[in-house]
Design a protein around this ligand. Sequence first.
Ligand SMILES: [Zn+2]
Length: 961
Amino acid sequence: MKKAFTISALALALAACSQTSNNNTQASATNTLAPLDKLAVSPNDQRGYRTLKLENNIEVILVSDPTTEKSAAALNVGVGLLQDPMTQQGMAHYLEHLLFLGTDKYPETNQYKEFLTENGGVSNASTWLTYTNYMFKVNNDAYDEALDRFSDFFKSPKLYPEYTEKEINAVNAEWSMRREMDFFGQFKLSRDMMGEHPANRFLIGNLETLGDKENSNLHKETVEFYNKYYSANIMKVALISNASLDEMEKLAKKHFSPIKDKGIEKPQVKQEINFAELGGKKIYYKPNQDLKQLKLDFTIKNNQDQFKFKPNAFVSYLLGSEMPGTPAQQLKALGWISSLNAGGTPNHYGNYGEMSITLNLTDLGMQNRDEIVAIIMQYIDLVKEKGVDEKYYKEIKTSLDNEFRFLQKVDEFSYAAQLVNSMQDYPLNYSINAPYYFGQFNAKAVDDVLSQLTPDTLRIWYTSKNEKVDQKQHFYAGEYRIEDIAESEIATWKKPTQVALTLPKVNRLLPENFDLKTAGMKQSTAELKVEKDGVKVWHYPSQLFAEQPKGILKIDLNAGEANADIETQVSLALWSDLYNLQQSLLQAEASVAGISTRATTSNGMSLLLNGFTDKQNLLLSEMLSDLIPEVTETNFAQAKDRLIRGINNAQKQFTVRQLFPALQNLTEANNFEDDALIAAAQKLDVATFKARLEKLVKANQPRVFAFGNYNQGDLENVAEVISKTLGSNHTQTSFAKTKTIAPLPQQVLSYQKDTAAADNGLLDIHVHRKAGFKQKAIANVLAKHFSHEAFNQLRTEEQLAYAVGAFYYPVDDYASIGLYIQSPVMDLVQAQKRFDDFKVEYKAKLDALTPEQFAAIKQGVLVGLTQAPKNMYEEVSPIFSDWYKENWNYDSKQQMITEVQNVKLSDIKQFYNETLANPKASRINVQLRGANYQDKPFAEIKGQTKITDIAELSGKVSYQL
Ligand SMILES: [Zn+2]
């Protein structure tokens, strides 16, 4: 959802930390609302809740959900990077790694992960500035035992000194993988500028910062850090399970009460920032990716204790508005920017936070950066003067209330992690509703934030490939130069600009009617409900969430065979960019009203509406009335520039993130290499582009899938609006879906390509010769065990890479299984050799698998497949892919479940022999050679068909029907 001010999962993960500020001047605005006396829960949430404080002062939230198939737990310790010793930067993160390796009761390093694998579980952990968070989920019947293992990490971890080297290498590999990410580089530089403030530390750590130094022994300090900070009274626990609240309370006490309460004071940073040093700066930053960005970044005091008054949300709502007269709208109209986003994070640096406005610029915008800064600063003055108005409070409050009222479940794993983060940040009873609760309009709280948005707290980031720089970052790839903002420059911000700024007008799309339209509708599968002038509308009423007045509407104008053509593909990409840009006012207004909208391309033009159904009809007719965006030479050139930079930037992503898209491109028909797409984009002119769009609107097959709260009238209306948009001279084309490769025996497709990222990437899959759910089910079960063994051997034992593992991959109707790695240390020949050897070594592990272990793994897969969907999105996903594949029985999920039930131990052994251990199996191999390895060869595979251009595949492979 774009431009919404509620806290997204990511923002929550990033924001989650820290204590309330110690600053007394801020406390005056609080306490005018009576505190909650019990945990606030969404009226839509039927689960049982209980809060506890154990004898050792751990706060706990219990969530009892009789429908859940998996139980989850999270534990958050209120300590993080801000407490790292200067001599061992990255230690909080390093400890997070070391902690998992065995305890007094369960001393083996691999026992925990093994137990989870055998019981359908997963685990993870993360470290941020003010917290370290640990979580897992597992089958319900293994919960008690899993909790016993999990909680032991916080009672008696082994912290084996002999694993020091191995884990430093793991941390170093993690850093090396993120080294070129501009987000991490810029965040580090922004903290480096904070002088003595502890936020200046290096979050991830590497071989240089972690390690023994004179007077500083890593292991000794890690043990001291654990002993000092891992105290029950700064821990928060969340448990979710199908057990009753009474049973869960017993579990909580049994496992978490023995954790030692050291009675420590919650670590808090009190150090003041010297704004004379930090503020009033311009940073010229040369990024790794080809960005054209401007960011106004204000450092503000942590005001998390005022969450009931949402001052940051209020301010960023006004700053980021897309309504007529606001900077976002005006700058887009000038063709200077493609996006403007405003946001506030109160604890970005612990006791300080950030309020920022980030703009993506066009080349025209790049030439007018100073003017843009002046416009934003003048708009901030306007907000200070006239914007603190109760009408915006009402609008934001309505939107947040609606969202909270119909809040949907997320999976247990994320929910547990989310709850404990929130418990560190807010009083216990607000742990769920804090992001949505807007108790009162409080002008003073808003004014407090606005008063801090001045040149003294401001840092302006000019980010592009062309910046003049004079310094290199030490731990990251970015280069930069810092300058003061001159007084004379500040004076120019007062001068008149070429735009007339106004504050946003009120929203028209807020839902008023929450009528439920599908109650009593007897229909248990998707059905074709309307067929009018060639527009077909299918409808599937939610079986599980009929109490939600929401729906998902997907409109596809399927382009049929035209889609095979590169010019069509480029035109569609440019269309969705320009369309979304020109619709941004409408999209932002809809988003505030709880409806997300987006144009995408899936074998043609495609529109998606998702959220409250009340105003969707109005919205859709407005969206369709401008289906072909206005195109000029200027905005067309700008869209091409974004497209080309986007393609080039994708090549700079972590290699591991490029591997899977490359695999998909290779297995699906009608794909092209990046250079071919770029050349086609460069060649395209406005006239051809317009003609192409008109043709796409004129000839296509319109198909609509409606899921959720719609009645027959709504569906007919949708068909009507679409048919009117397409007009009377519309031609129906035949429906085309993406074709996928069919495996040929002995065929080894090896895609070999250089990439701009530093590390090598290798991915290698073996495809089974028979299609169908039986083989897919077997592969699914086998992959669970295979990937566990691969991770254990290649990552934990050998530390070959941070990103290494195994996976199951459906090549449409065929099953495959394989390995992937992003390696900073091995060349491709070495990596391929290690994979080939591991495939042989694994045989012995598979032979050693006992029937009991096999049964547990299979059960884990089954539980994952049969568990009830948590929300509307999970409910519709399998139905939706059946719809796209034209499987009118909508039974793929059920077929998979039935086949998994039938899988035997001998089946997975046979499957293994027919794929990974079979030299004649069909294989797909992807080799991306990193920039650091240009002088090393690619791996040659016996009998390979080498591919360097995907477009040349067509004659060499056959496709599934
Ligand atoms: Zn890590």
